[in-house]
Design a protein. Sequence first.
Length: 223
Amino acid sequence: MRVQKFTLAAVALTAGLALTACQDNQDSGDGASGSNDSAAASSSSSSSASAPSSSSASSSASSSASSSAASTGGGSSSDDDAPGSGGGQINTGPCKTADLSFSTAHGMGEGDFMVAMKNTGDACYLKGFPGVDLKAANGGGSISAGRTGTAPVSVVLKNGEETRFHLHYTPNTSGGSGVTITSLVVTPPNETHSKNVPVSLNLPVSDKPSGGVTVDPVGTGKQ
């Protein structure tokens, strides 16, 4: 009877071990299957992320094309923006005698005479002392005006604008006939051509080369 109990116990133990082994094998198989399923899902997700969709690729190509067109001005030629031959600049070379018209007027003070020069050509500038020779009536000789100590300035004249210079002289108050000046021969600064300007001035007779007549630079004094 004791032998039978041991035998039954051994059979039961063997059956239990067999059942446990079967369950372990089933669990192990399920685990491998789950692992394989996870790997497959991961691989599918990776492939989907690395391969852009056709709509994304099309959008990227369209964006690149638009960027390229913007960088080249949409294909327009840079010649469209080229400035004209003049470059928008004004010619400001020295004024020419031929482009200046002259007029005269007596100044505010006695012995002050003004000569105005109006530009009739392109924009130009005047700077310095004009040359002035005073011509007497009936070919009675001439007087060359001296220069004052006033510093020259640069004056830019657009078309239609004018500037002046002042001539200083001593009026004839001697009671005698004096010297009658009928014209001024004016040479603008930086020029060699002169202009004959009619005037009527009466100066006292003088033994000075300049006859006591002086001239200011163009653009100085009361304009």
